[in-house]
Design a protein around this ligand. Sequence first.
Ligand SMILES: [Zn+2]
Length: 256
Amino acid sequence: MKRIIPGIIIFLVLAVKASAAVPEGSLLEGVKPGPDGKIDIVTMFPHQDDELNAAGTFMKLKKENPAVRAHIVCFTLGELSGAKETLNLTPEFQGKIRTKEMEAAATVIGVDSLIQLQYHDQGLPKVPPEELRKKVREIIDRTGAEIVITYGPDGMTGHMDHITLSKAVTDAFPNSSAQKLYYAAMPKEYCPLLKALNKTGCTAATIKVDIRPYKKMKKLAWYEHATQKFFSGPIPSPDLTFLRDFEYFKPAETNP
Ligand SMILES: [Zn+2]
């Protein structure tokens, strides 16, 4: 506890500083609606709860622009998180529970579709890269995505599934009909800490989205992932992320 309190104070100071440094922006900038008049935005992340990087942004965009449709794609079953030890679950059973948790969180966020794929947790590096790229393009076609969101090349936490999927999405994007690719990012003030923790680098944000009116619903979405919130370690995961007023992104690629 002695170490947690200074950590919380540092985090809060960084959060305030960071939010001042990054300009506000919209993911919709420069994006044209598709032939159906809609703007489809798809998050492509490996695990149940990764979508929270864009949950407030989804709620905000859908509220503000009726043309926006939001889609979550979760690539793995999430069966290897630490909660299975705490709860004494088999990986298969944990995968089933997390799939249900993802459905509940998607309901709270209010997305238009949830696509749950069946890859194994920590298994994406073993999938042939061409298969993953093909899957990414199939999903872009199926959802009619104009905008795609994934992790940056560092994977934010250094998780190999995050890094592998980032590469697959980034490589598939130029040959797709989507218009813009964004990375979920961090304020640059966090980067020294992340680099020290992860050794894989850091994707520094260039825009932020104000999600203040949606923070409570985002927190509710987080609590739907109860295995992760309460049982992924010896103590519940802190809610620090949800004190943040903004979500952060970096525009990565644009298709003509
Ligand atoms: Zn993840």
